[in-house]
Design a protein around this ligand. Structure first.
Ligand code: SAM
Length: 276
């Protein structure tokens, strides 16, 4: 079942959380000279047009559009806004980067990017954006978690694995936790970032504990809630990081307390950070 298309959700509050964190992780890991692999198991289309007339729901209004003109943000958010500004040189927010675009812009000539995307249209967009133009990048239309098994351990022994499923099917929740456990057996020192939705759904609520069990000794878990759960739908999301940089908890504290205020839709907005 592949009815999910990220174009309908691009730039929403969940994208803000995951992309702010992704930029921080890539910045930290690429500060060391040794080369790095970036593995994006659920890559999406690569870039998104926020003004597309056929996209009826503009979820960017819950996220990036609330931040676009701010100047008083914490450094993690300012870094994110700088990435966006490079894609929108006119000053009008029209183009939004997906995780592959962010990684391709931040990584260096010796780094490699492995992007899997199952949806035919989104995979075609990925190919059109990155296709054969960038020799660092390989895209495949295949199951991202199965490909992850084949890719680990990475040749340079350094990798960031970004796991951002659509959770369209219940088995995604189980499969993600099992994939993290398997991946750690193959490559225990990798950095793994797993995004998940905060929903009134048992499988979603149980995922953080399953990830904790799969994560090994070092992990960080960040949650951002933007509105009252009683209203239903996606009221927040979480990011679970295995082997986080030691600086991440401190940067997240400042960033999430600011984002929880800025993206709040009502008085139920909140954030939480836990770590091992
Ligand atoms: N990571 C992207 C970003 O941050 O821009 C967004 C990804 S979106 C939340 C999830 C994507 O996973 C969708 O494009 C969907 O088509 C794709 N997908 C669903 N099942 C998949 C699978 N088994 N393997 C790879 N991709 C899959």
């Amino acid at each position: 079942m592949l009815s999910y298309q990220h174009a309908f959700h691009a730039g929403n509050h969940a994208d803000v959380l995951k992309h702010v964190a992704l930029i921080e992780l890539l910045g930290y890991l690429s500060a060391k000279p040794k080369c790095l692999w970036y593995i994006d198991t659920h890559a999406g289309a690569g870039t998104y047009e926020l003004g597309r007339s056929d996209v009826a729901i503009r979820e960017a209004q819950t996220g990036v559009e609330r931040l676009w003109n701010v100047t008083d943000a914490p450094p993690m958010v300012l870094n994110y806004l700088q990435q966006l500004a490079r894609m929108n040189p006119s000053g009008k927010l029209e183009h939004y980067p997906g995780s592959p675009r962010i990684a391709a812009d931040m990584l260096r000539s010796g780094d490699r990017l492995w992007l899997s995307e199952l949806h035919p249209a989104d995979h075609a967009s990925l190919l059109a954006t990155f296709g054969h133009r960038d020799r660092r990048i390989r895209t495949e239309r295949r199951d991202g978690l199965a490909w992850l098994k084949a890719l680990l351990p990475p040749a340079p022994k350094r990798a960031l694995v970004f796991i951002d499923p659509s959770y369209e099917v219940m088995s995604d929740y189980r499969n993600v936790a099992a994939a993290v456990s398997d991946a750690r057996r193959r490559f225990s020192t990798g950095v793994y970032a797993i995004w998940y939705p905060i929903l009134a759904l048992r499988a979603a609520q149980q995922l953080p504990r399953a990830l904790e069990a799969a994560a090994g000794p070092k992990w960080l878990h960040a949650r951002l809630v933007v509105r009252d759960p009683a209203q239903g739908g996606l009221h927040g999301s979480g990011l679970f990081v295995v082997n986080p940089p030691y600086t991440l908890a401190g940067s997240f504290e400042e960033t999430l307390s600011w984002l929880a205020r800025r993206l709040a839709q009502d008085s139920h907005a909140s954030y939480a950070i836990e770590s091992s």
